[in-house]
Each structure stands twice: as C-alpha cells, then as structure tokens.
Design a protein around this ligand. Structure first.
Ligand code: DX5
Ligand code: ZN
Length: 232
C-alpha cells in the first residue's frame, strides 16, 4: 500500500517545510488537489504553486486535477513537475486522447471517477492508464464522510482490471480514508490511499504513516517495498 497524504489538509503557509517533514517521516508520495471552482465548487492551488514547491522536494508528486477541460493544462503540469497526473472522466470530452497525451508528455496517467460514475466509463481506456482513482466522497472538500458504496465498486474494478490483464494498474481511493477503514479498502483492492484530514490532524507524521501501514498489513495484503519500486 502506498500512502499519498493530501496537502489540501496541510498548512498552506508552510508547504515547503511540510514536504521536508513528510520526507523525513518516510512518506514517498504526496497528493495535490487542484480545483478550479467549476468542476468542483472549491478552488485551491495550480501549476505555479506546484512548480515552486517542486524545487523544495523530491517526493513523488501525485496531482489530482478537479478541473474542467484538463487537456488544456497537461503540459503546464508536466513542466511543474507532476509525475502522476490524474484527470476526471467526467471533465474531459476525449478521455482517451487526454490520457495518451499525459503519457506522451512522460507522466504516468490516471483517471478518476466520481462516486456516481459507473466503472463502464473505463472500459475502453484500461490500456491507457497507470492508475484508477475512485472517489469515495464527492470531490471538492477535505474532511467529508467516506461513502461505503466504494467497497463494492473497488471489488468490481479489481475484477475488471484482472479480466483485462491489467492487474498491475494502481487503484487509488480518495476521500474519508482513515486508519480504521484502511484494512477493508486494501482487502477490497486499493493499492494507493489518499488521506488528508485523518493524516494531518494527528502528527507526528512518522507515527501516522506507521499506523496506516500497519492497518494495511493487517488486511493480509501488506506489500512492503512497493513504494520504492513504483517511484524508481
Ligand atoms: C477531495 C480531495 C481529496 C481530499 C481528501 O475532493 O480529492 O484528496 O483532500 O481529504 P480527506 O482525507 O480529508 O477526505
Ligand atoms: Zn484528491
């Protein structure tokens, strides 16, 4: 299991310090929630802020675009240092083209689905993605309650990936993830967990990471070492 802490819940006034603290705590991925005030009601940071902080960190930048027409900004986020770029299936008209373009730019490509979006939206793009992100809350805000319908969707997604010969595709769950639901999420097939409020509200970060890792291992699918391999 890879833990990708969401900076949405971090103190924006000291992001550089937080990135350094996450690094020394043993975290390897960090999740950036980019919001445009259209696809979701909220607004956050964009490519300029990420680019500035790229200089301060060698963490793996996992960038979640909650913006309309993300295809307009792919090169900007590549230049900003994104390594995994995730677009919403609901936000881009030509999804396959967008995903292929992300890879062409040298980034890993991810596709996100809102809770109400069916898995069938992915049927013809499974070969174009390195990660599928299942939203377990409606996107836009941190600190929302996890939607239990995510478990069945996760299991179905895993079966779909296995049937398509894409078992190695990462599966990320985002929204309301905490230490308590981690074992069930990992057992249902999640390989990357995003945590915002549950992670940042309880420092020290090394201890939080340990709590999530231990919970994931208790699901019987602990895969220690996967982080380093994936980042390499
Ligand atoms: C929600 C974002 C999430 C959010 C998760 O729109 O995509 O990444 O930061 O926050 P928590 O873990 O607090 O639900
Ligand atoms: Zn997110």
């Amino acid at each position: 299991m890879i833990l990708s802490p969401s900076l949405l819940s971090a103190d924006c006034g000291r992001l550089a310090e937080t990135l350094a603290e996450l690094r020394s705590a043993g975290v390897e991925w960090v999740h950036w929630d980019v919001m445009d005030g259209h696809f979701v009601p909220n607004m956050t940071f964009g490519q300029h802020v990420i680019k500035g902080l790229r200089k301060a960190s060698d963490l793996f930048f996992d960038v979640h675009l909650m913006i309309e027409e993300p295809e307009r900004y792919l090169a900007d986020f590549q230049a900003a240092g994104a390594q995994m770029l995730v677009v919403h299936a609901e936000a881009t008209r030509h999804l396959q083209r967008t995903l292929a373009e992300i890879r062409r730019l040298g980034m890993q490509a991810g596709v996100a689905l809102n809770p109400a979006t069916p898995l069938s939206a992915l049927e013809y793009v499974l070969d174009d993605v390195d990660m599928v992100l299942l939203m377990s809350v409606n996107p836009g805000f941190g600190g929302q309650t996890f939607l239990p319908s995510t478990y069945a969707k996760l299991r179905r997604l895993r079966a779909m990936l296995d049937a398509a010969g894409r078992s190695g595709c990462l599966v990320q769950v985002d929204g309301g993830v905490d230490v308590e639901n981690t074992p069930a999420l990992v057992a249902a097939g999640a390989s990357v967990l995003v945590s915002g409020s549950a992670f940042f509200k309880k420092p020290p970060y090394a201890e939080r990471l340990r709590a999530f890792t231990k919970a994931a291992a208790s699901a019987g699918r602990g895969d220690a070492g996967a982080q380093g391999v994936l980042i390499a």
